[in-house]
Design a protein around this ligand. Sequence first.
Ligand code: AHG
Ligand code: MN
Ligand code: MN
Length: 335
Amino acid sequence: MRRVTLTQFLIETQREHQLIQADLRLLIEVVARACKAIAIAIGKGSLAGVLGSADTENVQGEVQKKLDVISNEILLEANEWGGHLAAMASEEMDGPYAISHRYPKGEYLLLFDPLDGSSNIDVNVSVGTIFSVLHCPEGVDEPEEKHFLQAGSRQVCAGYAVYGPTTLLVLTVGHGTHCFTLDREIGSFVLTERNMRIPEDTREFSINMSNMRHWEPPVTRYVQELLAGKSGSRGKDFNMRWVASMVADVHRIMTRGGIFMYPRDARDPGKPGKLRLMYEANPMAFIVEQAGGAATDGRQRILDVKPDTLHQRVAVFLGSRNEVDVVTRYHAEGG
Ligand code: AHG
Ligand code: MN
Ligand code: MN
């Protein structure tokens, strides 16, 4: 079989569908290179003293791990000089990161969760990076927060890397979702699955059950029906998995189907969910929809949510289409 590297794939996609202009290709290749550097930093673990807390807090009041900070730095440094970006935003930074005047500016906005699942880093469980690309609005030279606040349906590209037994890069530019595996000897990403498809039906769900007492009625109803299994109204048994790294849980769903849920709950009424719309929910929703799956916040399609703030949180239900439809319908029915 002909090996198709990421570069070849990007060039061929441009030739066939005119979807990846040279500066978008540069952007994707730079992000992929940064992910390789992050994979190497993670892989060193205790040998390089990179595990553990950085003893700082991000804007959302979460304690940062050293690798949260290192991964953020790697992505910023890799991307700031290439001339392909107008600005960046990250889960780990208070506001937009302006491109230095020393460098030319480009037409894209890059948003990222530099290290997803960082609570798993010290126990050697898979973590990842999630990113999203938007166009900078016409005529905007110094992008501010408001210029990032575009619905997910406006994304030009989204992807994630999973740092697991293998390092994978999963990518969409709106023409299917494709998976690349890092060839560690050569140092390049190689296409290993074109047009990933999420089965419409599933027997596997993914949710942090310890929050059950805080959920809203439609979610409790739905999960109780899954738990009732064969003898309940669903008439089949369901299995459960929860890695607590969104990238790993979503990647399992991309591979064999399932439904992933992080609902809004009553622990902190001010927060509509835990996951972040701009860095986690939107890119994952784009990737999942491009693989034939669905993604809602229980009430509407995630990609149609109009953001109000950069660090906004949102409830997430995504994965196998028929299950996402059921739990979304239960929200419409009110419980
Ligand atoms: P991050 O490490 O970027 O803050 O994200 C963690 C997220 C997500 O990856 C995962 O699905 C979820 O938090 C796990 O939450 P719980 O610890 O509440 O299970
Ligand atoms: Mn995350
Ligand atoms: Mn993170």
